[in-house]
Design a protein around this ligand. Structure first.
Ligand SMILES: [Zn+2]
Ligand SMILES: [Zn+2]
Length: 140
């Protein structure tokens, strides 16, 4: 298990049990929306409200512990902050897969930004499509 208490402290946040539980739930789920996180958190802490869970998620996004992954037409998902990566998002089952951002793609986006005198801070790229599981299900 990751050291979530340490992670929170590094970002200047108190390591409350709510936050620790939310982080370990997201860690297990990979990418999850607020409802999915709430469902999981409730298993161990049935008294926590959705509002409390949401408020803590927002704080942890603001402090850079979590990253919001906006998904077209759906509720945002959240993940632990990792190195820059691409998302392959399945429009059928909603699964989100992390893929390494290759250096060519990173350079290309940097060039696009430079041409517009845009100071690039970070990248978040979502590719929408149909995952291999859903393709197989369709074919059978
Ligand atoms: Zn799928
Ligand atoms: Zn991700």
């Amino acid at each position: 298990m990751e050291n979530f208490a340490q992670l929170l402290k590094e970002h200047g946040l108190k390591a409350t049990f709510q936050r620790m539980t939310i982080l370990s739930s997201i860690h297990e789920l990979g990418h999850a929306n607020v409802d999915e996180i709430y469902e999981k958190v409730r298993l161990s802490h049935p008294t926590l409200s959705l509002a409390t869970v949401y408020k803590n998620i927002v704080t942890m996004v603001e402090e850079g512990v979590l990253v919001e992954v906006p998904i077209a037409g759906k509720k945002s998902k959240y993940e632990l902050k990792k190195n820059e990566h691409l998302h392959l998002i399945c429009v059928e089952c909603g699964s989100v897969m992390d893929k390494e951002l290759d250096s060519h793609l990173a350079e290309d986006t940097q060039k696009v930004a430079q041409r517009s005198s845009f100071a690039l801070k970070e990248r978040q790229m979502n590719l929408y499509g149909v995952c291999d599981k859903c393709q197989m299900a369709e074919a059978s």
